[in-house]
Design a protein. Structure first.
Length: 133
């Protein structure tokens, strides 16, 4: 299925907004001390913004790994996005998988708090990249 430019723009705008809403959820979750849930929302906030970037550029994938692979190939390896941003994205992906699916894996405040501001910066930077295109 091919998207019209209007449909593509609508999806991109929706996912950008979804990323911003999801990162806001983290503050409430953190205030209650739900560190595994915070990791989940942090990951999804960056996933939504990266998936918006993929749609903006006409890339299609149905998996989280596919989004990560396309992001690496077309944006990190080309220098459009720095490697530190990719490390954050991968780190959040790993935390989300472990905290959602591994038994006896519990994150703590010290694991999550430093990542919140980094995720906010990541979202802002990717949104700027989307707007520049």
């Amino acid at each position: 299925m091919t998207l019209s430019s209007q449909e593509r723009d609508a999806i991109v705008a929706y996912r950008v907004e979804k990323a911003k809403e999801t990162i806001k959820e983290v503050d409430g979750i953190v205030s209650m001390g739900y560190w595994n849930n915070a990791a989940n929302r942090l990951y999804y906030s960056v996933y939504y913004i990266v998936s918006a970037l993929m749609v903006k550029n006409g890339f299609r994938t149905n998996t989280h790994s596919g989004v990560r692979n396309l992001f690496t190939l077309h944006f990190v390896k080309t220098g459009l996005v720095n490697k530190e941003s990719m490390r954050l994205y991968s780190h959040l992906f790993d935390f989300r998988l472990k905290s959602d699916y591994d038994d006896f894996f519990d994150l703590e405040e010290k694991d999550i708090l430093p990542l919140i501001e980094e995720a906010k910066v990541f979202i802002h930077e990717i949104e700027q990249l989307i707007n520049e295109q």
